[in-house]
Design a protein around this ligand. Structure first.
Ligand code: BGC
Length: 729
């Protein structure tokens, strides 16, 4: 009986899908017809004008035909404030303050695709309200080294995790009739020498590690735009590299627009031939500050027109670009059922707070240091510049002008009504002005003396430290230059510990840091950059109102040389100024630590809770699979503690006997589940056998090897509850 009903439902669902697909195909045909119609009416000059910027963040429409301009803004953590027409100065508008969402590393730590959808939808609504047609984000460059100044804008070191989160983010944004622009394609894994470094990497690592999140964004997320990167790959700038044509547009059938990064185009011919559709940010005077005839000097402007007119470049090439641009317009500016967007509304603040609280990672909790009760008579000293410093400013193009930003100190004060909260800065960083760091106006010694005095007066010290989002910290344009904490924080922590035994650390960074001080702190919270609701979210977790459930989206190596890229020396990272070689190949992040048995300080997927979980009954639906089947992994998640909490069941798969090099194990599935205290729930994770394929660079093909595979199920890459064997026929 149930089976028949189930079959009926399935049939109805299939019918609805068929109908939906047919309708979509019809709409697409109609759209393509309109595109051809418009194209036939455009002059060559008008076509070329659509392929390059008319201002810092917009491109021309066609006035006489009523074809609108395209307006863009940086993301990915919120919609950037208005920039001037011709230069990088802020335009000084007063209606462009927005909601700042947590940095993408935090989103990745949630391991929660549903939240990624809410995040994408909310930021898309804000972009729409701000009248933007393309949101420049999200970024999915893989975390290869903790020195990369821009890691905080990306989704960690694992291609599967990044893929699972980028898809709903993109879909969420685009529901608003705003295009996502997934960046930076490809291999922009460091900021140092980003405009010139040539990356040499194997095809296998390219396809297995660096491209999957882009591929998912294109094929599953159906992103309408992709941004090229600054660096070169195999000798050619990635913004106009044959891989755009071959992989992105042919193999993945991407039908959207390739936008250059700002000033990443370098050649008219290559741009024309290798798939760049829209050129932005080029500085024709070498600086990008000239206003006279600035835009007409772009590679895809007058020089392009000349080559088209002389026949050196075929008109079909510009037609292809304009078709893509018009397609993007029909999906955005010229879409007839486009919503209007919203901004700074309560729902967006709630999404920002939810992502923040779910992404915060509890890494150490000796003697249940956290949560901290709000008690009369208790004095908590909040020490550290990051307790009050704005963390939405700085960092480069992702910096934001939020309507408000609750600092950690404000959030803690708002939550703790009974305890006494005292504060001092403790240390101070300098502010950066573009690529220069201004010295701090404070005297480091006096700050330290005051911090020790304050620490002595308190029952508990919460040190709010980390990086500063200024140049050479977590910031676009260059990399970090030291792995340890800057601005004398390590010393200060040790000195505070000497006068106060109860010391907790709130680490605000987008990157791993060295922790020579780890044994000095009783509790450690990785707090990322959390946006508008930062302070409230941190207080939620510190107080125990929210039980932490975040998991690290990248490994924290104990020392820098333990990281794969660094272990191969300067040619691997940062390169010699011209070339760099990704010598670790596919063994990025935990793949390296696991395979080479180099214990990280904290592992990928790691994160604690205020309750305790146990995974049991771990099993697969069968032992043998053929290549077109799926592996069903199930397990019981028991909350054996006293608090409701969420746990992330993580499924990794490896193959010990293989004809090719393999990582010990790779993440292939995960599920986040909320479990009440003393209750159980069942996790069910489906993994298509095709996901076990490796990329064979001799045949340029994905190959599923037959034989025995090991399935590892646990709640962190370094905490596997059980491993099982299965066979692929
Ligand atoms: C960044 C991009 C950004 C663009 C526009 C570039 O420097 O790399 O991510 O979208 O500027 O601000």
């Amino acid at each position: 009986m149930i089976k028949t009903q189930y079959k009926k439902i399935l049939l109805i669902l299939t019918l609805i899908t068929c109908l939906w697909n047919a309708l979509e195909a019809q709409n697409n045909d109609a759209m393509e017809e309109k595109i051809e119609n418009i194209l036939s009416q455009l002059t060559l000059e008008e076509k070329v004008a659509m392929c390059h910027a008319q201002s810092k963040f917009s491109t021309k429409g066609v006035e006489r035909l009523g074809i609108p301009e395209i307006w863009m803004s940086d993301g990915p953590h919120g919609v950037r404030a208005e920039i001037s027409w011709d230069d990088w100065a802020y335009a000084g508008w007063t209606n462009d303050s927005i909601t700042a969402f947590p940095a993408l590393t935090c989103l990745a730590s949630t391991f929660n695709p549903e939240l990624a959808k809410d995040y994408g939808f909310s930021v898309g609504e804000e972009a729409r309200y701000r009248k933007k047609d393309i949101l420049l984000g999200p970024g999915v460059n893989i975390y290869r080294t903790p020195m990369n100044g821009r890691n905080f804008e990306y989704m960690g070191e694992d291609p599967f995790l990044a893929s699972k989160l980028v898809v709903p983010y993109v879909q969420g944004v685009q529901k608003n009739g705003v295009a996502a622009c997934v960046k930076h394609f490809a291999l922009n894994n460091q900021e140092h020498w980003r405009d010139k470094i040539n990356v040499e990497v194997s095809d296998r690592a390219l396809h297995e590690i660096y491209l999957p999140a882009f591929k998912a964004a294109v094929i599953e997320g159906k992103t309408w735009a992709i941004m090229g990167a600054y660096n070169k790959f195999r000798g050619t700038y990635t913004t106009h590299n044959p891989i755009l044509h071959k992989i992105l547009k042919t193999d993945w059938a991407f039908d959207g627009v390739v936008v250059s990064d700002w000033s990443s185009a370098h050649s008219t011919k290559e741009a024309a031939l290798y798939g760049l559709d829209m050129e932005m940010g080029t500085g024709t005077d070498g600086l990008g500050t000239t206003t006279a005839n600035h835009y007409s000097n772009y590679y895809l402007a007058t020089p392009f027109l000349k080559m088209l007119k002389s026949g050196e470049i075929e008109e079909s090439l510009v037609d292809d670009k304009v078709r893509r641009i018009l397609r993007l317009m029909f999906r955005t500016t010229m879409s007839s059922n486009r919503p209007f967007g919203r901004m700074n509304n309560v729902e967006h603040h709630e999404v920002a707070r939810k992502v923040a609280t779910e992404g915060i990672v509890l890494l150490k909790n000796d003697n249940n240091f956290f949560p901290i009760q709000d008690k009369k008579g208790l004095t908590i000293a909040v020490i550290g510049e990051n307790a009050t410093r704005t963390m939405t400013a700085g960092g480069g193009s992702s910096e934001l002008k939020p309507k408000f930003e609750i600092s950690p100190l404000e959030g803690i004060k708002a939550r703790y009504k009974n305890a006494k909260i005292i504060h001092t800065m403790g240390f101070a960083s300098g502010r950066s002005v573009y690529d220069e760091v201004l010295p701090s106006p404070y005297d480091a010694d006096s700050l330290k003396v005051e911090a020790i005095e304050i620490a002595k007066k308190a029952d508990i010290v919460l040190f709010v430290g980390g990086l500063s989002k200024s140049h050479l910290q977590d910031c676009e344009g260059d990399d970090r230059q030291q792995y340890h904490l800057p601005f004398g924080q390590e010393e200060l922590l040790k000195e505070i510990k000497a006068v106060n035994k109860n010391l907790g650390m709130i680490l605000l960074t987008g990157n791993a840091v060295e922790m020579s001080w780890l044994d000095k702190v009783d509790g450690l919270i990785q707090g990322w950059y959390l946006g508008s609701m930062a302070g409230h979210a941190l207080a939620d977790v510190i107080s125990g109102d929210v039980n932490p459930s975040g998991k690290l989206p990248f490994s924290f190596p104990a020392k820098l040389e333990d990281n794969a890229a660094h272990s191969f020396g300067a040619l691997s990272y940062p390169g010699d100024g011209t070339n760099q070689y990704y010598k670790e190949d596919i063994l990025v992040g935990y793949r390296w630590h696991d395979t080479k048995k180099i214990k990280p300080l904290f592992a990928f997927g790691e994160g604690m809770s205020y309750t305790a979980f146990k995974l049991s009954d771990i099993q697969t639906d069968k032992n043998n699979y053929s290549q077109n089947e799926s592996i069903s992994v199930s397990c019981t998640v028991s909350n054996t503690g006293e608090k409701t909490g969420s746990e992330v069941v993580q499924v990794y798969i490896g193959k010990s006997k293989s004809k090719v090099k393999r990582a010990l194990k790779e993440l292939k599935g995960f599920q986040k589940l909320e479990v009440n205290s003393r209750e159980n729930v069942t996790a069910n994770i489906e993994i298509p056998v095709s996901a076990l394929a490796y990329y064979d660079d001799t045949t340029s093909n994905w190959i599923i090897e037959k034989g025995t595979y090991t399935i590892y199920v646990g709640n962190a890459s370094n905490n596997i509850s059980k491993s099982l064997k299965i066979t692929i026929k």
